[in-house]
Design a protein around this ligand. Structure first.
Ligand code: ATP
Ligand code: SF4
Length: 320
């Protein structure tokens, strides 16, 4: 049974003048200890999808259809009380740069202790404090800095503290939104190593949301590519990097510095990402696609499985 299974999930944001569909019919699953990178241009729906997995959608967001399962438990229509029980214990979020997760006026150690006491994973303040100090040591922060306030930490330390906090209640899944953005490259490499090491030693599953394909290459087994609210390709890291199929994935790979340093900065993807309130008909990528042909503007491309893990939604490939 999967640790997490997302089936045909669609998410809407209510807005003046109608709803915006930010995620359309997304399906994927994660096993214990697996690691998936969720990539795509800004506005493609990555964060919305991730937030929905923790019941953290903004007030105007809602699951319009589809299912989210943790093991055999369907959670997509959970109440806030039910989500509060799930968050931290089954899955936890690591915020970008660590700062948003941390309360600026509370000591770091107290912030890590709190979820343990609220969720009852530790029953006394003393035991929770001990575990918080151990967790900080685990992410490379010495006990002597445990009682510091967030502003006394460097950006890298805040990110580490955010990871320690996410681990407080022993979740099986960490969802990390741009975990290595807004910190310098040396610290970035350290954070990536730390996440990889935690995954290995704790058997954690990782869902990494990022613009940075280098992070994906180093941390993930599989990749999901989103475009304009839809999953357009999913495959192993090897499949995506060495044998990308969707024209958008190919351009995405061309548009960034390569993790191996073999290719320089590419030309970028021409044209703008489409509006989600009025997306293009047929294939949503067709106005920007160099391979566009007759069915693309009118027919939505169904997903085709090309190999065990490699699925692509593009008319260039045979349909299931
Ligand atoms: P980024 O990489 O910039 O974080 P993303 O791929 O994570 O982008 P989302 O932040 O999930 O994309 O946004 C998906 C779409 O939903 C975008 O069109 C965005 O403008 C819209 N959106 C996000 N939050 C809201 C909101 N609270 N209300 C209305 N629309 C929203
Ligand atoms: Fe390009 Fe057509 Fe494939 Fe869309 S379906 S990515 S427009 S070739």
């Amino acid at each position: 049974m999967s640790l997490l299974a997302v089936t045909d999930l669609s998410i809407d944001y209510a807005q003046l003048g109608g709803a915006t569909r930010a995620v359309t019919s997304a399906s994927f699953s994660m096993g214990t200890g697996s690691s998936i990178g969720l990539v795509g241009e800004s506005g493609s729906g990555k964060t919305t999808l991730a937030l929905s997995l923790l019941g953290l959608l903004p007030a105007n967001g809602r699951v319009a259809s589809g299912e989210i399962h943790y093991a055999d438990e369907s959670v997509s229509q959970y109440s806030e009380t039910q989500w509060r029980r799930l968050r931290w214990t089954k899955a936890a979020l690591v915020f970008q740069g660590g700062m948003n997760a941390l309360n600026p006026v509370r000591r770091i150690v107290d912030q890590i202790v709190e979820p343990m006491l609220v969720h009852g994973t530790e029953t006394t303040k003393q035991a929770a404090t001990q575990r918080a100090i151990e967790l900080l040591a685990r992410v490379g922060i010495p006990a002597s800095r445990a009682r510091d306030f967030p502003h006394e930490y460097s950006g890298g330390m805040r990110q580490r503290a955010g990871i320690a906090m996410a681990l407080a209640c022993k979740p099986q899944l960490l969802i990390a939104d741009e975990p290595a953005t807004a910190i310098d490259v040396v610290v970035q490499a350290q954070i990536i190593r730390l996440l990889a090491e935690l995954r290995e030693s704790l058997g954690l599953a990782l869902l990494i949301i990022t613009h940075d394909l280098g992070v994906v290459a180093q941390l993930c087994d599989d990749v999901i590519v989103m475009y304009a609210s839809e999953i357009v390709e999913s495959a192993s890291v090897r499949g995506i990097f060495h044998n990308p199929k969707h024209p958008y994935t190919k351009q995405l790979l061309e548009s960034v510095p390569r993790f191996s340093g073999m290719r320089g900065v590419g030309a970028g993807i021409s044209g703008q990402p489409p509006s989600l309130t009025n997306p293009p008909t047929g294939c949503r990528f067709h106005p920007r696609c160099p391979s566009v042909f007759s069915p693309c503007a009118t027919e939505h491309p169904p997903a085709s499985r090309l190999a065990d893990k490699h699925v692509v939604a593009c008319h260039l490939y045979g349909h299931d």
